[in-house]
Design a protein around this ligand. Structure first.
Ligand SMILES: [Mn+2]
Length: 351
């Protein structure tokens, strides 16, 4: 079960493979999009899809509603990513990567102009709403970038160095460097092939997971001082005032939920971060769970989504009221899961 062809067959059925070929082969001008607040898997899969399509002689437009962090500018093709203003009305095909619902595409997808165009959804979120005209959703894969290794094989696109750097970025960032509970032999096999193709794990880690700003570290310091643990759930709130105090910009202090989840006293971790989104105050909720626990259900119940070990949602309202309400839901979910009343999603299926 360690041959790459076996892994491809496991996550990409012959039926899906031929459906993907039929969708992509006749298309020439293709719009590729990923989600708002793009992370490494969003940016890596977007740029990787671009390289796959170029290898097939097609013209991709790569678009993101939010500007990607400059940390990722080492990935070949990074500067070709366009914003909302770079998106036209007319394409042969739209490919949406790593987004679990249509709103996650943000303003780069305009229903009035685009709803008649075939929409191919490629995603690994168990909470995906299957909003495309063709949906390849594989929660068994640790990253969309892993899925694109199998897609490249299926379409006969070579794993060039450009493509490998893009895809290994998403695989390394989504698995926190091959450490998450969904990191299995197939993930390692994919990482090995991408490494053989010219990408380097240590360089990607140094530029992404191990790269923080001083303001971000100071923000962690002030926030951690007020972290609370109760009923095996640990959480912290991050207000706009706290950000301002340490001079933190958008993106500074990311990843705190993962750090909180290392607490021995907790199985579930959450951060509640106050943000301004389109002029309105919102609270970005980020959840992490230890193996055997599942936070995707709570995220979905609050209109968000994600994976069993990592999920989130965005809510409107006062920071304290929202954190109190969501923490109560997480504690309730924890109690149910700990007592075995609810089988955590994904553990049996993908373990
Ligand atoms: Mn992802």
């Amino acid at each position: 079960m360690t041959q790459s062809s076996t892994a491809g067959a496991l996550y990409l059925s012959p039926e899906m493979e031929s459906a993907l070929r039929s969708a992509i082969a006749p298309a020439q001008n293709i719009l590729c999009v990923s989600h708002v607040s793009p992370d490494g898997d969003a940016i890596g899969s977007l740029l990787g899809m671009g390289w796959i399509l170029r290898h097939l002689g097609k013209q991709p437009t790569l678009a993101l509603a939010d500007k990607p962090a400059a940390d990722f500018d080492y990935i070949p093709g990074f500067r070709e990513i366009v914003g909302t203003s770079g998106v036209a009305d007319d394409y042969d095909l739209i490919i949406c990567l790593d987004a679990s619902s249509p709103d996650r595409m943000g303003a780069v997808y305009r229903p009035a102009a685009h709803s008649q165009i075939p929409l191919l959804v490629i995603d690994h979120h168990i909470t995906n709403t299957n909003f495309g005209s063709l949906n390849w959703v594989e929660p068994g894969c640790a990253a969309v970038c892993q899925m694109l290794v199998y897609l490249a094989d299926a379409l006969g696109a070579p794993l060039s160095a450009d493509l490998c750097v893009a895809l290994l970025t998403g695989l390394i960032t989504d698995t926190l460097c091959l450490r998450t509970s969904n990191t299995n032999a197939h993930v390692l096999q994919a990482a090995m092939r991408l490494t053989e193709g010219g990408a380097q794990i240590q360089e990607i880690v140094a530029r992404t997971l191990q790269s923080r700003t001083y303001a971000g570290l100071r923000l962690w310091g002030s926030v951690l001082a007020h972290a609370t643990v109760q009923k095996r759930v640990i959480w912290a709130t991050i207000s706009l005032a706290q950000r301002k105090q340490v001079g933190a910009q958008e993106g500074d202090g990311e990843g705190l939920a993962g750090l909180l989840a290392s607490a021995k006293e907790a199985d579930i971790a959450a951060t509640f971060s106050e943000r301004v989104q389109s002029g309105a105050r919102v609270v970005e909720c980020s959840f992490r769970a230890k193996p055997g626990f599942d936070v995707s259900g709570v995220a979905l119940a609050f209109g968000g989504g994600g994976h069993p070990p990592a999920a989130g949602c965005t809510l409107t309202g006062p920071l304290d009221a929202i954190s109190a309400q969501v923490v109560a839901a997480l504690q309730e979910a924890h109690q149910m899961q700990a007592s075995g009343q609810v089988q955590p999603v994904g553990v049996a299926a993908h373990g």
